[in-house]
Design a protein around this ligand. Structure first.
Ligand SMILES: Nc1nc2c(ncn2[C@@H]2O[C@H](COP(=O)(O)OP(=O)(O)OP(=O)(O)O)[C@@H](O)[C@H]2O)c(=O)[nH]1
Length: 344
């Protein structure tokens, strides 16, 4: 499913707002953001599937928050949001089940302990061996029932624990997926931006390398898109192998990559970048079509050292400007960024 885009101008969005408000009022839809998003998408013609389903459901009954949420998740939320919502529902179901289980077990334990207390009272008054024997049998019955309930409870709690554990693993997988570039398997731009924001907030020294494959379009045009993809994976593998301990290699987008280098000053980061440049130029990638090696692949790199007070965006811009100079200077080279106050 494609994600709905909102590219209206202010005036156009305001125009939709003027249609949405009376429509929501007419259908008694409470004006929360989820319902608004649904009605906005419907009246702005953003999603024919959403409109068709909403209209059908309105014909069959009224609008309520549950419907709003359902339509939002089905047609507007992105995949991660939907998965998290599904996991939350599944977890809530497990918790409800365990709560019910414990309350049933509590009721049963209460009943059985009342029965045992009653037996104890009757034992005090029992005069003959026959009636005592009967009371002993009843007590044994209650104790066995209690023990069985304990075993049942334990096994069902064990099951619930496994279910919660599976949900936790699934959530971890979804979170990992959201941070990973599917083509190359390394961190994606979102993960890079998070890491940069964290590094800036931590305030410890670090440097950033931005790298861009030279004449990548030509590789695609000459050897095909699959070959281009293979080159991207090859470079990602190289970054992963050669990244120093604690560094984060990421795909910034297209054929541009980044490497966050904690604890590196400009000279150290430059040395890492230079090593990467040489390794790529020395590497060989085979053509998917012919199996033959394709010509030398090179990249240009820009390096910048973070200075306290600088934002992540400013640092990326400086590293990018250095990368641009490397391209301008003839490609297959590393350029270091000047400190921010000296940058043009
Ligand atoms: N195979 C493949 N190609 C991609 C991908 N993402 C972007 N590209 C291609 O990358 C190319 C980028 O080309 P340009 O930005 O013109 O730059 P370039 O050819 O690398 O030249 P310079 O950067 O100036 O050395 C475009 O042809 C895109 O189609 C991808 O995921 N796979």
């Amino acid at each position: 499913m494609h994600k709905v885009r909102y590219e209206e101008s202010y005036a156009e969005a305001a125009q939709v707002l003027r249609m949405v408000v009376p429509a929501m009022a007419e259908h008694r839809a409470s004006p929360n953001p989820v319902n608004y998003a649904v009605w906005y998408a419907h009246l702005a013609g953003k999603s024919p599937e959403l409109s068709a389903e909403l209209e059908a459901r309105l014909r069959g009954g009224g609008f309520d928050d549950a419907l709003g949420r359902e339509l939002y998740l089905r047609h507007l939320a992105d995949r991660d949001e939907r998965t998290v919502a599904e996991l939350r529902t599944a977890l809530a179901a497990v918790v409800r089940q365990v709560t019910r289980l414990l309350s049933e077990a509590g009721d049963e334990a209460g009943r059985r302990s009342a029965a045992l207390a009653d037996i104890a009272r009757r034992v005090a008054g029992a005069g003959e061996p026959g009636s005592l024997q009967e009371l002993i049998r009843e007590a044994a019955e209650e104790s066995r029932g209690m023990a069985e309930m304990g075993t049942r409870l334990e096994s069902r709690l064990h099951e619930a624990t496994s279910e919660v554990e599976a949900l936790r693993r699934e959530l971890e997988r979804v979170r990992e997926e959201a941070r990973t570039d599917p083509l190359t398997g390394i961190a994606n731009r979102k993960a890079l931006e998070t890491a940069l924001a964290e590094a800036v907030a931590a305030g410890a020294p670090f440097a950033l390398v931005m790298a861009d494959i030279d004449h990548f379009k030509r590789i695609n045009d000459t050897h095909g898109h699959l070959m281009g993809d293979r080159v991207l994976r090859f470079l990602a593998g190289l970054l992963r192998q050669r990244a120093p301990e604690g560094a984060l290699p990421a795909r910034y987008g297209g054929e541009e990559f980044a490497l966050v280098l904690p604890g590196h000053d400009l000279a150290a980061a430059r040395a890492v970048a230079e090593g990467l440049r040489r390794a790529l130029a020395a590497g060989r990638v085979r053509s998917v079509r012919s199996g033959e090696e394709i010509g030398r692949i090179t990249m240009s790199l820009g390096v910048a050292q973070w200075v306290p007070g600088e934002s992540a965006e400013e640092l990326v811009a400086r590293a990018d400007a250095a990368l641009y100079r490397a391209k301008e200077g003839g490609r297959n080279r590393v350029e270091a960024a000047a400190p921010p106050d000296q940058a043009a």
